[in-house]
Design a binder for this molecule. Sequence first.
Ligand SMILES: Nc1nc2c(ncn2[C@@H]2O[C@H](COP(=O)(O)OP(=O)(O)OP(=O)(O)O)[C@@H](O)[C@H]2O)c(=O)[nH]1
Ligand SMILES: [Mg+2]
Length: 385
Amino acid sequence: RANRNEMLRASTSTTCRSWTLRASRCAARFALSPRPARAVVGRGARRIATTHAAAAGAAGGQSSSSPPGSRAVRDAAPLVDVDEDARGRARAGNVRLVQWYPGHIARAERLLKEQLKGVDAVVEVRDIRLPLSTTHPEIGAWCGEKTRVIVLNRADMVSDMERARWVSYLKSIGETVVLTDARAGKGVRKVKELALAMSEEINAKRAAKGLLPRPVRAAVIGYPNVGKSALINRLVGKAACASAPRPGVTRDLRWVRIGGDLDLLDAPGVLPARLHDQRAASRLAMANDIGEASYITSAMAAAMVEELKRLETWSIIKPALVKRFKLDNLKLDIDKMSGEEFVKRFADKTCGGDEERAGTRMLNDYRGGHIGNFCLELPPHREKN
Ligand SMILES: Nc1nc2c(ncn2[C@@H]2O[C@H](COP(=O)(O)OP(=O)(O)OP(=O)(O)O)[C@@H](O)[C@H]2O)c(=O)[nH]1
Ligand SMILES: [Mg+2]
């Protein structure tokens, strides 16, 4: 109990995340049963539930000894449901966007739809690792007849062949496509050239009506963390918009002038409040295009292994995975293991059995390109499973 109190005292000055880690590590170290947490609604609920699940797992699943009807049990009651739900999801490796979908996205979607009425063009940025899962199902309706350019960003994160394949597929269905690596600034000039060509066309029409020229107005839209702000920063040549490697960085709509010819709207990443396709949702989670509060890290890492095994590039990914995770001497046959088993073995070997930490490492390694550069999706006519 003294240790548990120490844990709780320490946690009061820390963030929810560090509390989650601290609680599970302390529980594992001292083999404690976790203290029933108070019912929490909203943002903190899942984290606390996960903490509880992790701590309970680490402590051998012991349950509280509080008598039925006591305050501790009443306080903990709703947590049990959330907890069960979290365990269910852990098994399924599912994504529950409802746990993360931040309020600013709903607001941004509303404001964006207003702004879209007044723009000349839409630059839709997609993550080239998953070009189908990073397009909003309603984008066609939002854009209407407006010119739309699809920017396949993160081109550095896939192979040359996959890049060419996606460009040719999207062109074959009549889209205008540009490949970019917004971090290094590659391909960005092409976006500007398209905008300038549009500017000339618009201003020629205005001149014919006796109107003064004006800059082209384009909205840069897309899912969270696909690189919208980084692209604008490259176009403007300075860090005009906040950009960081996590979803949900841009929270407000903001116009940025590029030279005298182009105005770009930087918008928060917008995605549907519910993702019905769990596989697409898992891919978004793997690529870090949705917030980590919507999934359980270890379960997502397990789902990632399953997903990678289904890729046609698996024969190239597999040795890279084994090498990166230093699993060579374990002589594991990954093909015969489930994703969960893989995470467990990796956790035992490198993280003292802490599967959440192992999951974080695995996802970060994938996101950082340390197990190779490859697409998670194939164009529809090539996708087999
Ligand atoms: N490797 C690589 N990283 C990129 C690329 N484009 C952007 N990034 C990185 O991805 C992270 C996210 O970029 P942002 O521009 O903040 O993404 P965003 O779409 O504006 O994200 P939200 O504002 O959250 O919707 C940043 O750390 C960028 O440096 C790219 O082409 N390649
Ligand atoms: Mg942004």
